[in-house]
Design a protein around this ligand. Structure first.
Ligand code: PMV
Length: 365
């Protein structure tokens, strides 16, 4: 049984009279899971380990301004602007999230805060923004703690706490903290792996995967009909849940080996199987639901046909939505780009795709 880290710290309380108004800004990327996290228990704890690719061009930029609260009232005092407009639904979610963190960051009760957050990808492009937005917020909170109390000097300790805090906002967000690849969830094969936070995996990534491309083909933008949290919930009564968790554990073992060896074929095979399994789990849950669109399926079939004909290692993945991620080595970008432009972009909404790649991780601005 792993031990949960205890981040509760009643010492992190301000002498408010000394607090100068200040702000922190973080840019944090989205990530794409290759082995998927789908199914959770307790407080955002995963049913199986997952491994992801940290993206670069799909990111959230978040600025958090703080000053001493004027009243003695102890609730969370926060206003939130998304893409420069007050967004009350997102604000309510963040207030609830911050309320859940007041034993870890008691100083949040003493501040008035304003959050300004923007996404690099167009609003409702169908890209999951919770990983980038929740990781950006978690990084802001850890930075404020460090600025005010000098408690997180050690970079590894900073990142681990940021990953733990991000997980409480959205499970997949805990993996956005690290460059290259991240691993979240306890697996006997990897020392230091944990259900409570992600760990960096970049140093084990073989040269063959460096600069890996991920073209995100926007088949359909807009709200999903079933949210990820509802999807995780439905796993509890899914008759295939147990075999799925066993499959994920096995796929993690194979994926780890493929990533270390630089084996694109093994990597791609797992990526595609995981993507299709994720959607099969949605279809086989109570009442069943479909997030893929006809063009998602067309694209996946065309990718397989192209791979067969050209011999190029080009593979697909999916998130919990209809958009298709195209994964391939940087060395064949020119060839693959003409295939994308000529054959796949016409199947996308307004020919739109996001040109992304394995990235450097979050950056403080
Ligand atoms: O972080 P959540 O609760 O939105 O779950 C995301 C789950 C998937 O994106 C479908 C898979 C994953 O591991 O990121």
């Amino acid at each position: 049984m792993q031990k949960a880290p205890d981040y509760n710290n009643p010492q992190l309380i301000l002498e408010t009279s000394n607090l100068e108004p200040g702000h922190v800004v973080w840019r944090s990327p989205s990530n794409l899971a290759i082995v998927k996290y789908w199914g959770k228990h307790g407080i955002q704890l995963p049913r199986n380990p997952s491994l992801s690719l940290t993206l670069e061009t799909a990111f959230t930029m978040t600025r958090l301004d703080y000053k001493a609260k004027e009243s003695a009232e102890t609730g969370i005092d926060l206003k939130l602007f998304f893409q420069e407009k007050r967004n009350e639904a997102f604000e309510a979610r963040v207030i609830k999230y911050f309320e859940s963190l007041t034993d870890i960051f008691p100083f949040l009760k003493q501040m008035s805060m304003e959050v300004n957050t923007v996404n690099s990808f167009p609003h409702s492009s169908g890209i999951a923004s919770s990983a980038s937005s929740m990781s950006a917020l978690a990084l802001c909170l850890c930075s404020i703690e460090h600025e005010l109390f000098k408690t997180l000097e050690d970079d590894a300790a900073f990142d681990r706490k940021a990953s733990y805090i991000a997980r409480l906002g959205s499970g997949s967000a805990c993996r956005s903290i690290y460059p290259g690849m991240s691993l979240w969830g306890h697996t006997g094969d990897i020392e230091g792996s944990s259900d409570y936070y992600a760990i960096p995996y970049e140093e084990h990534v073989h040269e063959n995967f460096k600069g890996m491309r991920d073209d995100i083909l926007i088949v359909h933008s807009g709200e999903k009909s079933v949210s990820s949290s509802a999807g995780h919930g439905l796993m509890e009564s899914n008759p295939f849940a147990e075999p799925r968790y066993q499959q994920a554990a096995r796929n993690m073992m194979y994926l780890i080996a493929a990533v270390r060896k630089g084996d694109w074929e093994a990597f791609g095979k797992i990526a595609e199987q995981e993507a299709l399994t994720l959607h099969a789990l949605m279809m086989s849950s109570a009442q069943g639901y479909l997030l893929m669109k006809p063009n998602s399926i067309k694209i996946m079939e065309m990718v397989r046909a192209y791979r067969k004909e050209s011999g190029n290692p080009v593979y697909f993945s999916l998130d919990a939505g209809p958009n298709v991620h195209l994964l391939y080595p940087e060395s064949i970008i020119h060839e693959v780009r003409s295939f994308v432009e000529e054959q796949l972009a016409p199947l996308c909404e307004e020919q739109h795709y996001i040109d992304d790649y394995m990235g450097e991780g979050p950056v403080q601005q």
